[in-house]
Write a protein that binds this ligand. Structure first.
Ligand code: UDP
Ligand code: MG
Length: 363
């Protein structure tokens, strides 16, 4: 594997030449980037690809301000790549006029409109969109214009060149608060402690994936979908495209710090058992310390005949170790909670309405 820092841009002649089957017309533009440290060592797809039929999945939660303009812009951008495309709008329990806007769009564009029965969260909305996508490639993109449509031709070119997954990597986190940046850094450090699955930092849900990847994701049985982890878990040849997100066109973000925190917790419990292991190590160290301390007290009493002393040590010790025990039980509880969610086997989402105006509605 070539070693390069992931911010370093590739030049056209460097780009995909290492992948031997790459036909010349599929050369990729110069600012394509390859997230080398996180790229799974998978073989590239068989080329040439089948003609592009693109399914664009757009999750929408309270997006009345953006949806119409966005879907029209997306239709234009997709239409420039292929005449064969569908746009899957997943209305994730919006409380505003998103439903009416989406229904209107489904009348004059190749739109499949799925309305979930309530707000299930973005991960579930994406899962729903993926499960209903019928194209030979699937694009996941937010409805708020933050993901640049200008990158679509580049994603397409990388797909044609043999990459099965092309994902956007946010390069500018300057607009975020310090706490959020530190939290994000810590999260990626923790989740990537495992050797096998590496989740690339700052890679979001802006992705282009081949049918093979979509099928692999659809086949996963879990209910608690932490998509960023699952994309990494399925593997396949992947390329990263750095981008600076635009400002949100209208409306406001649905992700508060609290919601981000619980998403991070879901990610950690789904993809690493390090927190559990940490407590085994802490437990062993504490036990060792207690043994040494006990031996020292015994010796002190035998040698110097010292009277019983040290109740403050006792009190502090009891408080410290009950705290440690409660924390470890809490962490265990997080994992048990996830197991409980999984064994209930409830569906990830429920579709309340399905309006299909896609060109492939009968397939
Ligand atoms: N979204 C969703 N369900 C939710 C929250 C968000 O489908 O419960 C959609 C939202 O409409 C948007 C995308 O997910 O298309 C990203 O959401 P948002 O812009 O609020 O997140 P941010 O970009 O701030 O991370
Ligand atoms: Mg957004």
């Amino acid at each position: 594997m070539r070693c390069m820092t992931w911010m370093q841009p590739l030049h056209a002649e460097q780009t995909i030449d290492t992948m031997t089957e790459t036909p010349a017309p599929y050369r990729v533009t110069p600012n394509a980037d390859y997230h080398a440290d996180y790229a799974p060592a998978a073989p590239p797809a068989q080329l040439p690809r089948a003609p592009l039929r693109l399914s664009c999945v757009v999750p929408a939660h309270n997006e009345e301000a953006n949806l119409e303009d966005f879907v029209r812009a997306l239709a234009q951008a997709a239409g420039r790549l292929t005449p064969e495309f569908e746009i899957i709008i997943v209305n994730d329990g919006s409380r505003d006029a998103t439903h009416a806007v989406a229904l209107r769009l489904a009348q004059d564009l190749p739109v499949r409109y799925l309305a979930l029965s309530r707000n299930f969260g973005k991960e579930a909305a994406l899962t729903a969109g993926l499960a209903h996508a019928r194209g030979s490639a699937v694009l996941l993109i937010d409805a708020d214009f933050q993901h640049p449509l200008e990158l679509l031709p580049e994603m397409h070119a990388l797909w044609l060149a043999g990459y099965d997954m092309v994902y956007g990597v946010i390069v500018d986190r300057g607009f975020e608060s310090g706490t959020k940046r530190v939290g994000t850094g810590l999260f990626y450090r923790l989740i990537n402690t495992g050797k096998q699955v590496k989740v690339p930092p700052n890679a979001g849900d802006f992705r282009w994936m081949d049918r093979r990847v979509a099928d692999a994701l659809n086949a996963l049985p879990e209910r608690n979908c932490f998509m960023k982890g699952l994309y990494a878990w399925v593997g396949f040849k992947a390329a990263a495209l750095p981008f600076v997100p635009h400002d949100r066109a209208g409306g406001q973000t649905s992700f508060s710090m609290r919601r981000l925190g619980s998403l991070a917790l879901l990610g950690l419990t789904s993809f690493t058992t390090l927190p559990l292991r940490v407590w085994s190590i802490v437990g062993s160290l504490v036990a060792l310390l207690a043994l040494v301390y006990g031996a020292w007290i015994t010796l002190d009493t035998i040698l110097h005949g010292t009277d019983l002393q040290g109740w403050p040590t006792l009190a502090a010790g009891i408080m410290l170790f009950s705290g440690v025990q409660l924390m470890s039980i809490g962490i265990l509880g997080e994992y048990i909670g996830r197991i409980y969610e999984e064994v209930k086997r409830r569906p990830t989402y429920l579709v309340a309405r399905d309006e299909d105006n896609s060109p492939w509605r009968d397939s």
